[in-house]
Design a protein around this ligand. Structure first.
Ligand code: NAD
Ligand code: ISE
Length: 336
């Protein structure tokens, strides 16, 4: 049984605790921590034998914790990931790995100094069966070389505190990771366009945005991010290849035809749309924790690269120009 400690018991922290407790075998949540102590105690009350720690660092250092899950706010990730690396414990960190390129770089340096990978980043779309099916076609090259990808990321709505920057760093960051993974290539530049503003958005929010990502292999990816779509949570992707196209399938469920029309279900949010991907992501991570091997999912390098691309996206949002992505050299730890 793997004893997992969870730092950050908010929305996704509670969802991962549910999956660790009720869905996945061979793991239990042994400890939790949150700056909101009342929330941490409330969550722990439903977890037999779970301890509550006053700080994330104490949780990481505790001998009752074998592996760490970081689900606190993005700007707090760096301190916990670094502490877990220092303690020699596997750590699963929700996106973003950290909110600045410098912080991500410090995490890379720490892992390189430790001489082994111990960090997995929560880019769960890599575990989604529909994305995996598209990637299999692209990699198999049965449709020739990929040329373009059209992607759309539509949330029904976002909380009032959501800013135009968050559209890139909180939402589009997933599409940025998908582009790097789909084409096994780095993103070399970002341009951001602001279409007409959605009347459903707060005046301060540049919703929607359109991102244009140029890949190192010449593939061009456009990403529509529409955060007040109202009708549901809708994630789309289509890759245009030389001899055909391949797209994410519309639904895992049934398409019903009746009364002269047809339809299926649109998920309400990311929890519903990616529930199986989150389960698969944790199953994969826990298997490596149990085996004592390095994680095989998205690495600290992937987390670093995504954050650097987001920084270029923020610069492009302000400048309106095409902004380059200044990645550091990839340490050999991440190239094998
Ligand atoms: P949330 O606000 O619901 O929860 C965050 C929790 O972290 C809160 O309980 C807060 O009190 C706690 N916290 C803040 N600072 C802390 C600190 N220094 N130490 C310990 N706890 C601290 O937010 P959320 O929606 O659960 O998001 C958490 C993280 O998960 C974010 O990084 C977010 O980007 C990511 N996330 C990922 C996905 C995905 O699809 N992979 C979806 C949602 C959120
Ligand atoms: C949220 O934080 C996520 O990570 C979801 O996957 C994403 O779709 C949503 O836009 C974000 O706000």
């Amino acid at each position: 049984m793997i004893n997992v400690g969870v730092i950050g018991t908010g929305m996704i922290g509670q969802d991962h605790i549910r999956r660790l407790t009720h869905v996945l075998a061979d793991a239990r949540v042994a400890a939790v921590s949150d700056v909101d102590q009342a929330r941490a105690h409330e969550v722990a009350a439903g977890l037999p034998g779970a301890q509550v720690f006053a700080t994330g660092e104490e949780l990481i250092e505790s001998s009752s914790v074998d592996a760490v899950v970081v689900t606190s706010w993005g700007p707090t990730h760096e301190q916990y990931v670094l502490a877990a690396i220092a303690a020699g414990k596997p750590v699963f960190c929700e996106k973003p790995l950290a909110d600045t390129a410098a912080a991500c770089s410090r995490i890379l340096d720490a892992e390189v100094a430790a001489g082994r990978r111990s960090v997995q980043v929560g880019f769960m779309r890599r575990y989604d069966s529909r994305y995996l099916a598209v990637r299999e076609v692209v990699e198999g090259a049965t449709l020739g070389q990929p040329l373009l990808m059209h992607a759309a990321h539509r949330n029904p709505s976002v909380p009032a505190h959501f800013t135009s920057d968050s559209i890139i760093t909180d939402s589009a960051v997933h599409d940025i990771d998908v582009a790097r993974w789909m084409f096994s290539a780095e993103i070399v530049s970002v341009t951001v366009f602001k279409p007409r503003q959605n009347r459903r958005a707060l005046a301060s929010l540049d919703d929607p945005l359109l991102l244009l990502l140029e890949m190192s292999n010449g593939v061009l990816v456009d990403v529509e991010v529409l955060l007040n779509a109202s009708f549901g949570y809708d994630i789309r992707g289509e890759v245009i290849c030389e001899d055909g196209t391949v797209a994410l399938s519309e639904s895992p469920g049934a398409i019903v035809k009746s009364n002269g029309g047809f339809g299926g279900r649109v998920p309400v949010d990311w929890r519903e749309r990616f529930v199986s991907a989150f389960d698969a992501e944790f199953r994969d991570w826990l298997a490596t924790v149990a085996a004592g091997t390095e994680p095989t999912g998205p690495s600290a390098w992937d987390g670093y690269a995504a954050t650097v691309v987001c920084d270029a996206g923020l610069a492009a949002l302000r400048s309106g120009a095409r902004e380059p992505v200044p990645l550091r050299d990839t340490p050999p730890l991440y190239t094998s």
